[in-house]
Design a protein around this ligand. Structure first.
Ligand SMILES: *Cc1c(COP(=O)(O)O)cnc(C)c1O
Length: 416
C-alpha cells in the first residue's frame, strides 16, 4: 500500500533547490480542512469548540490559521500562554490544561481569563491563592481502572494526571462552596488512538459523571472536554479515524443524557495530532550510505528535528522523491539514520525503500504535530526552518533555521 503524496515530487525538488534541507513543510489548505472537520463533526452541539493542543505545533502562523477557523488553544505552560496572548487569543479561547503547575503559571492563566483545568484538588487552594477563584473551574478526571486502553500514556491507574472518580465529588463540592459559578469536566487518558469506539465510550463516561455529580453534590456541569488523543494513520495499512462518524455516535449518547434545552452541555475537544500531523512533512536529503552489519542511509535531519521514532519507536512513512510510486526502481531494506551520537537516532529501522543515492530527497510524512515542537539541540544540533504552503500557492518561511548565534544566545559569550 502507498500513502497519498501530498506534494508532488517536482514541487519538493524545487523547494529543496531554494531552501536548505532539512525543513518542515505545512499545507495551509489541509490544516484548514482538518480544523473544519472537527467543527463539522460536532456541529450538532451548540457551543462546541476544538482547542488546538499548542504543544503539538506552537508556530504562531498555524495558530492564526486555526483561530480563523474558530478554534481555541489548549495551553499547558507559560510560554504557550504568552504566545496566545501575543496573538490576541485570550479568555474562553484558551483552555489551560497543565499538571504539576507552578503557581505563577496559574496566576498568568487567570490573568488571561483562560478556562483553567485543575489536575488535583490541591490546585483549588493554590489557584485561590492567586487572588481568588475564577467563575469557571474545570477538573481533569482520571477514570483509573474504569476502562483501560494501551496507549502512549498507558494504564490510567499508572498515569500521573487527574483526580480519581471519588475525588471529583469532593472537588466540585469544594469549588461550589467557594463560590465558583460554572463547572467543566475533562479527561484525556489515551494518545494516538484509532479505535472509534473509545471516544464514544469516553464521552458516555463523562456524561455519566455529570449526572452523578448533579445528584451527589448538586453541581451543574456546563461543558465536557473529551481531550485529545485522536489518532493518525501513520502506517499506510492503517484505517484513518472517521471523525464524522465519531461525532454522530457521541451525539447519540448525548441525546440519552441531555434534552438540548435546560439540560445541555457543551462539548470541547483538544486535539493536536489529528488537526496538524498529516498537513506536515519533514524534507531531508541523503548524505551518506554505509554497508556494515546492516545497510544504513544517513540523512541531514536527525532525531533532534523529529524525535518520535527515536523516543517512542513511532512509525513515520517515508517516500523518496522521484523514486517512490515510480516504476523501475529496485528496493532494499535499510535503516534511515540521523547524525546524533545516539543509536536510537533512526527515522526507520529495516524499512523497504527504493535503492537510495547520495543527494536523494526523502519526505517524512505526518510530521506536522509533535514534530518540530519536540525538537532539541542535543549534540549541538540546530533546529531547522518551517515553511508554509499557503492556499494561494505561495511559500512562506514561518520560522527560519537556527544559527550558531541562536545556540549561544543564552551564554555570556564575551567572557569566553
Ligand atoms: C498532549 C495533549 C493533548 C493533545 O494530544 P494529541 O495526541 O495531539 O491529540 C491534549 N490535551 C492534553 C491535556 C495533552 O496533554
Amino acid at each position: 500500500m502507498t500513502k497519498e503524496l501530498k506534494y508532488s515530487d517536482e514541487f519538493i525538488r524545487l523547494l529543496a533547490d531554494q531552501y536548505p534541507t532539512p525543513f518542515y513543510l505545512y499545507d495551509e489548505r489541509m490544516l484548514r480542512e482538518k480544523a473544519r472537520l472537527f467543527n463539522r463533526a460536532f456541529e450538532w452541539n451548540a457551543g462546541y469548540k476544538e482547542y488546538f493542543a499548542v504543544k503539538a505545533n506552537p508556530n504562531p502562523e498555524l495558530l492564526k490559521i486555526f483561530r480563523s477557523e474558530g478554534l481555541g488553544c489548549d495551553c499547558s505552560s507559560l510560554c504557550e500562554l504568552l504566545i496566545c496572548e501575543r496573538l490576541g487569543i485570550v479568555g474562553d479561547d484558551i483552555m489551560f490544561t497543565s499538571n504539576d503547575t507552578p503557581v505563577s503559571e496559574y496566576a498568568y492563566a487567570k490573568k488571561l481569563n483562560a478556562i483553567i483545568n485543575l489536575d488535583d484538588i490541591s490546585d483549588l487552594g493554590i489557584l485561590e491563592g492567586c487572588g481568588g477563584l475564577p467563575e469557571v473551574i474545570c477538573f481533569r478526571w482520571n477514570p483509573g481502572a474504569l476502562y483501560n486502553v494501551s496507549s502512549v500514556i498507558g494504564n490510567p491507574v499508572e498515569a500521573k494526571y487527574g483526580l480519581t472518580t471519588e475525588q471529583l465529588a469532593v472537588a466540585f463540592a469544594a469549588a461550589k462552596s467557594k463560590g465558583v459559578k460554572r463547572f467543566g469536566l475533562h479527561t484525556m487518558i489515551a494518545s494516538n488512538l484509532l479505535d472509534e469506539e473509545f471516544f464514544v465510550l469516553t464521552a458516555r463516561s463523562l456524561f455519566e459523571r455529570i449526572v452523578e455529580l448533579r445528584d451527589r453534590v448538586g453541581v451543574n456541569i456546563s461543558f465536557v472536554n473529551l481531550g485529545g488523543g485522536f489518532g493518525v494513520a501513520y502506517k499506510p495499512e492503517q484505517t484513518p479515524l472517521d471523525l464524522l462518524k465519531i461525532g454522530r455516535a457521541i451525539s447519540g449518547e448525548y441525546n440519552k443524557f441531555f434534552d438540548g434545552g435546560d439540560l445541555s452541555c457543551k462539548i470541547f475537544t483538544e486535539s493536536g495530532r489529528l488537526v496538524a500531523a498529516e498537513a506536515g512533512v519533514l524534507v531531508t536529503r541523503v548524505i551518506h550510505k554505509k554497508d556494515t552489519y546492516k545497510k544504513y542511509v544517513g540523512v541531514d535531519a536527525s532525531m533532534a528535528n523529529l524525535m518520535r521514532p527515536g523516543m517512542y519507536g513511532a512509525y513515520h512513512h517515508i517516500t523518496v522523491v522521484g523514486k517512490s510510486n515510480v516504476d523501475g526502481y529496485s528496493n532494499e531494506t535499510v535503516d534511515v539514520v540521523g547524525s546524533l551520537c545516539e543509536n536510537c537516532d533512526k527515522f526507520a529501522i529495516d524499512r523497504n525503500l527504493p535503492v537510495l543515492d547520495i543527494g536523494d530527497l526523502l519526505v517524512i510524512h505526518d510530521a506536522g504535530a509533535h514534530g518540530y515542537s519536540m525538537g532539541f539541540q542535543y549534540n549541538g544540533k540546530l533546529r531547522c526552518a518551517e515553511l508554509l504552503l499557503e492556499e494561494s500557492g505561495d511559500i512562506r518561511i514561518i520560522r527560519r533555521a537556527e544559527t550558531f548565534d541562536d545556540y549561544v544566545a543564552t551564554l555570556n559569550i564575551n567572557n569566553w
